[in-house]
Each structure stands twice: as structure tokens, then as C-alpha cells.
Design a protein. Structure first.
Length: 88
């Protein structure tokens, strides 16, 4: 039986509608570099959206989910377009 990598488990979580902060992904999937794994998934062609908010103390909290930004595709769309241009 094939081993399922932590990145693949993160991808499965996104595909199943999961939305994770860095701390949640670290705890659930045992990842230490969540943003690097998200970048790997983006480079593989998956559209992962980052939503940044601030808590009551002003700390930035990034939440990742699969899909596109509600802002006309946002950064995920721009990143996909950049990849297409650089691949040509």
C-alpha cells in the first residue's frame, strides 16, 4: 500500500472542504512548514486561497482553503496566470 504524504493529506483536507490556519494544519497533519506545503500544492496546479485576518490583538492569522478569492479570482488567479506565462 502506498504511503500518503503529509502534503497529500493536507490536499485531501482541502478537497473535502477544509479550511485551516497554520496552527490547525500543523496540529492535524503534522506539518512544520505549512506555507511551503501550500506553495508546493499551488505549483502542482491546485488553487489554494489565503485569507488573512487580524485577531483582537492585531496579530495576522492566515487561513488556507481550496478555491479562488472572492475578489475576482484574487491572488490564486494571478498566481495561475503567472505560472502559465512563465511556462510558455
Amino acid at each position: 500500500m502506498a504511503s500518503v504524504t503529509r502534503s497529500n493529506r493536507l490536499l485531501e483536507g482541502f478537497i473535502n472542504g477544509g479550511e485551516y490556519t497554520v496552527a490547525q494544519a500543523q496540529k492535524k497533519f503534522g506539518l512544520s512548514r505549512v506555507s511551503a506545503r501550500v506553495l508546493d500544492l499551488r505549483n502542482a496546479g491546485y488553487s489554494i486561497y489565503t485569507n488573512v485576518r487580524h485577531d483582537k490583538n492585531g496579530k495576522r492569522i492566515a487561513t488556507y482553503r481550496m478555491g479562488t478569492s472572492p475578489k475576482k479570482g484574487g491572488r490564486a488567479r494571478l498566481y495561475s496566470e503567472y505560472r502559465e506565462r512563465s511556462a510558455a
